[in-house]
Design a protein around this ligand. Structure first.
Ligand SMILES: Cc1cc2nc3c(=O)[nH]c(=O)nc-3n(C[C@H](O)[C@H](O)[C@H](O)COP(=O)(O)O)c2cc1C
Length: 189
């Protein structure tokens, strides 16, 4: 698949068929997540791949998002920001989050290339998800950043690529300047 098509095809899918994705495919996508850029080359990512149906059901409850139950796999992207905070203080916290975001997007794009679907789930009760995944709750440096349920999109429910334009969000050289060059300004000799 061409890169542009992967970008266009990626949508947040919330209806999965019961067909189980191949285990090797999920590992390939995790490998892509693992190649994300890292501030200071300091590694904060930690991953948990869940295929235990009972745990997936519990995570759906902890998120109040029933669709998660349909997935055969949920990939939990976590961070341990200990080393980042040691090196960068508060900025380390930001870097941990950004690192997770980069890894999540790599994963979501690779999933599309593999013919699979997912949805970035960020709304859940942290303590509940930590309990389900047996992540120590007394270490505030450990964070579950996102849950990514994975499956095949339900046939007949294919989401269309979105229309997204840059009109109101891209500016040039300064905040809110819509023009690449000042309008009507003669070229300098
Ligand atoms: C940080 C973050 C958290 C999100 N949390 C959820 C979530 O909890 N549940 C959900 O269904 N979608 C969640 N989404 C997906 C967004 O709803 C989705 O990306 C957005 O509606 C745009 O649709 P698209 O992904 O199909 O382009 C989240 C996305 C991001 C970036």
């Amino acid at each position: 698949m061409k890169f542009d098509d992967i970008i266009k095809e990626r949508r947040s899918v919330r209806r999965f068929s019961s067909k189980k994705p191949k285990w090797e495919d999920i590992i390939e996508a995790i490998d892509a997540a693992n190649k994300a850029p890292l501030a200071g080359n300091i590694y904060a990512l930690r991953f948990i791949l869940v295929d235990d149906k009972e745990k997936i059901k519990e995570m759906a409850e902890a998120s109040q998002q029933k669709f998660i139950e349909q997935a055969n796999y949920v990939f939990a992207v976590c961070t341990d920001k200990t080393s980042l905070v040691k090196s960068y203080d508060e900025r380390g916290e930001i870097y941990a989050r950004q690192q997770a975001g980069a890894a999540i997007e790599n994963f979501l794009l690779k999933i599309v290339e593999l013919g699979l679907s997912s949805c970035w789930v960020g709304a859940f009760v942290d303590d509940e998800v930590k309990r389900i995944l047996e992540i120590p709750n007394d270490n505030e440096n450990l964070q579950v950043e996102a849950l990514l349920p994975v499956g095949y999109e339900m046939p007949g429910h294919k989401l269309k690529p979105k229309d997204a334009n840059l009109d109101n969000i891209l500016w040039f050289n300064k905040w809110k300047n819509k023009y690449m060059k000042e309008p009507n300004k003669p070229e300098a000799f």
